[in-house]
Design a protein around this ligand. Structure first.
Ligand code: GAP
Length: 461
């Protein structure tokens, strides 16, 4: 049943223009998606709300928009060249590749070997054998294998020649431009401690294991904050950000009962992290990472200082003490916000499918209809109402005069439009319209003069 929820959401997303398989007319490109007119609205809503909440409404967090292409030395200093690795095994028969840490029964070790129960077999479920060398067999039957190492950063070349000097990477996380601009922001704004720098932007990873739908893609957007603190405060700040992440997820309409925190053990933690907790969502296939929260210590600032020769220190204004700030990093995926939102919003009722988005996330805020498309005076007043609402309401407003009114309501329910406004014959007499509520399907009459305020108030509540 849960699998069918996912299939229903995928079908609706394509049918109604939320998102499409990438490069579709050329047979597609695995693990890429294009966002259609409604998908881009929701993504923009997510990013706008996040920016407002974590940058504009706070005095301790500064915004940044760093490059996707950065000097290659940055990835050496950050440890990504050496340590942003996936460990993969390949099937001898079907030639599919699998990330070892994603295969049930396999335990990846810190030294890059993996333990697996009994003989390693192809995770596809077929009776295939994996192309791996077993270099130790333990008495309890466990095998130790050495998977292939694979760096997850996308490579490209700058300039006309493709030699090693021209090699560059597409950023696999937005975080690094924040660290390399730390001094610039401190010099320009003299922030007091603690403070953060936030960034929203694309990140790229050469993922081997395919995720389902938009869960794991080659390019995606991150919303990240590096929050700079004194070392002794990290546990306290970590807890505060755990709560902030949870509150944000609930604010955008994700069901709290499907969320949980999961601690990374030492094997799983990224090379830079001293503690990582994932905020997981219960997807139809089980709990999986939605967001990550990491305590990065002073790993990044001290390494960039060493490699660049520029000391990325912070000077305490009272004590004059200079030190490397420590960092707590909440990292939010835009698509990993979108997918849970879609799954939680989807409801199949007896007569209709309805996406129950919270109004601030809904891709279309209001739809306006003339009761009949062939009555010029109804159409003219509906157009005028539509134009007025476009001026006063922030977000997409739709006009629809196709088919009958019932079909138009159902069509808007299916894309989660919170309110539909209908101009009918009574409107021509008394300047009122009906406003239909998506969730209750109840209608009330509102005078056109008060319509904008009425809707703005409803949309913000
Ligand atoms: N700067 C820390 C960092 O990048 P991460 O856990 O590797 O940490 C952070 O990624 C978030 O980015 C994840 O929690 C997830 O929301 C999102 N993310 C990571 N890889 C992704 C992928 N291949 N597709 C979609 N989202 C992804």
């Amino acid at each position: 049943m849960e699998e069918s929820l996912l299939n229903n959401v995928i079908a609706l997303c394509k049918r109604r223009g939320f998102m499409f398989a990438g490069s579709e007319i050329y047979g597609g490109l695995a693990n890429t998606y294009d966002f259609g007119p409604l998908g881009v609205e929701i993504k923009n809503n997510i990013k706008k709300l996040w920016w407002k909440r974590f940058v504009q409404k706070r005095k301790d967090i500064f915004g940044l928009d760093g490059g996707i292409l950065l000097n290659r030395k940055i990835w050496e200093a950050s440890g990504h060249t050496a340590s942003f690795l996936d460990y993969l095994v390949e099937c001898k028969t079907c030639h599919k590749r699998f990330r070892v840490d994603h295969i049930e029964g396999f335990q990846l070790q810190k030294d890059g070997t993996a333990e697996c129960q009994s003989l390693p077999s192809c995770p596809s479920g077929e009776k295939h054998t994996l192309n791996v060398e077993i270099f130790q067999k333990k008495e309890d039957g466990t095998s130790i294998i050495k998977p292939r190492r694979f760096n997850g950063m996308f490579r490209t070349y700058i300039g006309a020649t493709e030699d090693s000097d021209a090699l560059a990477y597409l950023r696999p996380e937005t975080a690094q431009a924040i660290f390399t601009n730390f001094k610039n922001v401190v010099n320009a704004f003299s922030p007091s401690f603690p403070f953060g720098i936030a960034q929203i932007g694309k990140a790229f990873r050469n993922e081997i294991t395919t995720g389902y739908f938009i869960f794991r893609t080659l390019e995606f957007e991150q919303m990240e904050i590096e929050y700079f603190i004194k070392k002794e405060n990290w546990e306290n700040v970590f807890k505060i950000w755990q709560d902030e992440m949870m509150d944000w997820a609930v604010f955008v309409g994700i069901d709290k009962s499907k969320l949980r925190f999961r601690e990374h053990d030492e094997q799983e933690r990224s090379h830079y992290s001293k503690r990582t907790v994932d905020l997981e969502y219960q997807f139809p296939t089980g709990f999986k990472e939605m967001y990550g929260l990491a305590y990065r210590g002073d790993f990044d600032l001290s390494n960039h200082s060493k490699h660049s020769g520029v000391a990325l220190l912070f000077k305490d204004k009272e004590t004059n003490e200079e030190f490397f700030p420590h960092v707590v990093e909440p990292s939010f995926g835009v698509e990993r916000t979108l997918l849970p939102l879609l799954l939680d919003a989807y409801a199949q009722e007896e007569k209709r499918i309805v996406m129950r988005f919270v109004p601030h996330i809904a891709p279309v805020k209001v739809a306006v209809f003339p009761l009949l498309a062939n009555k010029d005076d109804l159409v003219a007043l509906a157009h005028q109402t539509y134009e007025n609402l476009k001026k006063s309401i922030d977000g997409l407003i739709m006009f629809d005069d196709r088919g009958n009114i019932g079909k138009r309501y159902f069509s808007q329910d299916e894309i989660g439009t919170p309110f539909c406004v209908t101009v009918d014959f009574q409107s021509l007499e008394d300047n009122t319209v009906t406003v239909r509520d998506r969730d209750t399907t109840k209608q009330e009459r509102i005078s056109i003069g008060k319509l904008s305020d009425f809707l703005i108030n409803k949309l913000s509540s």
